[in-house]
Structure formats: structure tokens, C-alpha cells
Design a protein around this ligand. Structure first.
Ligand code: 6PG
Length: 247
């Protein structure tokens, strides 16, 4: 496990430019190596600006979308046109503006029964990555966010999904949100070649300090369990989110 790379960005614009540069570098390297780029997108509000940037004139032609396969790291159990849908967020910010083959878009079916949707997505991953029994998919890049409670993807503190070691996709009921979620499991996240956290906003400074500060060894939030086995871990953090970190 490599030591995480922590990059403090002046503001969200710089964070999005750095994230876009990394996305393009990962895409080009993977396509050169394997003929395709596989990325699991993060939900929530923070990455929306990155997706919009990737679809902007300055970036849109720097990625071979025909060889890019988009997956989701997690989803809310709602229909794809629901305001809370992570798929909808990505469609509005990115998919509606780029030319990408439909078969390259691998969304989680939030509208289905959670267990059914999780089983379907697991089959899709096993087929797409041509996995043998017990094997894990190796994403080229997984983007993650961070909740103020230390959750990432839809791996929440105390959730049984955190201990899932067999399945690639789990469902979880989040009591405080009164909602079901679908999420990639930790073994899948930690099998990736590159995992990048995108963290912005002063509201995240307390949890960032707990996870990356001098007492990080005392912290057991879900996000601390993200340690790629044979890959890179990068934290892209805005200065206000990093405000409580020791200089
Ligand atoms: C989701 C996410 C979740 C998110 C964090 C941070 O579906 O909500 O995948 O893990 O990344 O909750 O959310 P914000 O970026 O909105 O702060």
C-alpha cells in the first residue's frame, strides 16, 4: 500500500483542474495500455463541477469517450430522473454534453429493489471485467467523496456493508437518511489502480483533520478503510477543507 498523496488546492477551481488533469492522464494511460479506460464516478455535490469541466470545450476532446467506460461508485435507490439520483447528476453535468456509446454507460439501477439492483450490478461487473470466481474488478480510477461523518461512496459508519468481503456491490439502509443506497464494496475500491478523494468546503475540515491529521491512527471512519492494495491513493482537498490539518 503506497502512502497517500495529499494535495491541498487553493480553491474548488484548482481542485477541479487537478482532478481533470488526473482523469485525463489515467484515461490516456489506460487506453494506451489496455484499449479502454474504466472509471467509477462519485456521487454527491462535490464532483458535479469536475464532470461539467470534463464536458467543457477545453477538455471534451482530450478524452477518448468511445473507449471510456463509466461506472458508479454508489447510487441512491431512486429512479434515474429523480433529483437525488447520482446518475441524473452525471447525465446533466457530463453525459448530455459528450458523445459516448450507450453501452459504455454502466449505471446502477436505483429504481429497482435494492437487493435486485445490487445483484444486477455485480453481474454486470463480473461480465464486463470477465471475472473468475473470487476475483475482483480492477478499475483504472475510482472517484470518491467524503461525508462529514466519515462515510465514502455509500459506506456509512456502522454499516454492515463495510464488512462485506464476498460481494462486489452491497445495499445499505441509512437510518438517518431514511433511505436505501447501493455501493461498491471496500474490496472493489481497494483493488483499483487509482483512487482519488475529492473533498471541498469548510464543513469537511473537522473530519479531514480526524482522517489525515496527526491522530489519524485513532480514526476508524469508513474513509480510513480506503487503502488500495496495489494502487495509488490521492486526496485532493481544498484549503478550507484542509484548514484544520497541521501545516
Ligand atoms: C453520495 C456520495 C457520497 C458523497 C458524500 C459527500 O451519493 O452522496 O457518493 O459518498 O460523496 O456524501 O457528498 P458531498 O460532495 O455532497 O459533500
Amino acid at each position: 500500500m503506497s502512502k497517500p498523496e495529499i494535495i491541498i488546492c487553493r480553491d474548488v477551481d484548482e481542485l477541479n483542474r487537478d482532478a481533470a488533469a488526473q482523469f485525463i492522464a489515467s484515461a490516456n494511460a489506460a487506453i494506451a495500455r489496455a484499449g479502454r479506460f474504466t472509471v467509477a464516478l462519485s456521487g454527491g455535490s462535490t464532483p458535479k463541477a469536475l464532470y461539467s469541466l470534463l464536458a467543457s470545450p477545453a477538455y471534451i476532446d482530450r478524452i477518448d469517450w468511445s473507449r471510456t467506460h463509466l461506472f458508479w461508485g454508489d447510487e441512491r435507490c431512486v429512479p434515474p430522473d429523480h433529483p437525488e439520483s447520482n446518475f441524473r447528476m452525471v447525465r446533466e453535468a457530463l453525459l448530455s454534453k459528450i458523445q459516448i456509446p450507450g453501452q459504455n454507460i454502466h449505471r446502477m439501477a436505483g429504481e429497482k429493489k435494492p437487493n435486485e439492483a445490487a445483484a444486477d450490478y455485480e453481474s454486470e461487473l463480473r461480465n464486463f471485467f470477465a471475472l473468475g470466481p473470487g476475483h475482483l474488478p480492477r478499475f483504472d480510477l475510482i472517484l470518491l467523496g467524503l461525508g462529514e461523518d466519515g462515510h465514502t461512496a455509500s459506506l456509512f459508519p456502522g454499516s454492515a456493508a463495510l464488512d462485506e468481503g464476498k460481494h462486489l456491490v452491497a445495499t445499505t439502509y441509512v437510518e438517518k437518511l431514511k433511505a436505501h443506497r447501493l455501493t461498491l464494496t471496500l474490496p472493489v475500491i481497494n483493488a483499483a489502480a487509482q483512487v482519488t478523494f475529492l473533498v471541498a468546503g469548510q464543513s469537511k475540515s473537522a473530519v479531514v483533520k480526524e482522517i489525515l491529521g496527526s491522530d489519524s491512527h485513532l480514526c476508524s471512519y469508513p474513509a480510513t478503510k480506503v487503502n488500495p492494495t496495489d494502487g495509488w491513493l490521492t486526496w485532493l482537498i481544498t484549503a478550507d477543507a484542509a484548514a484544520s490539518l497541521p501545516s
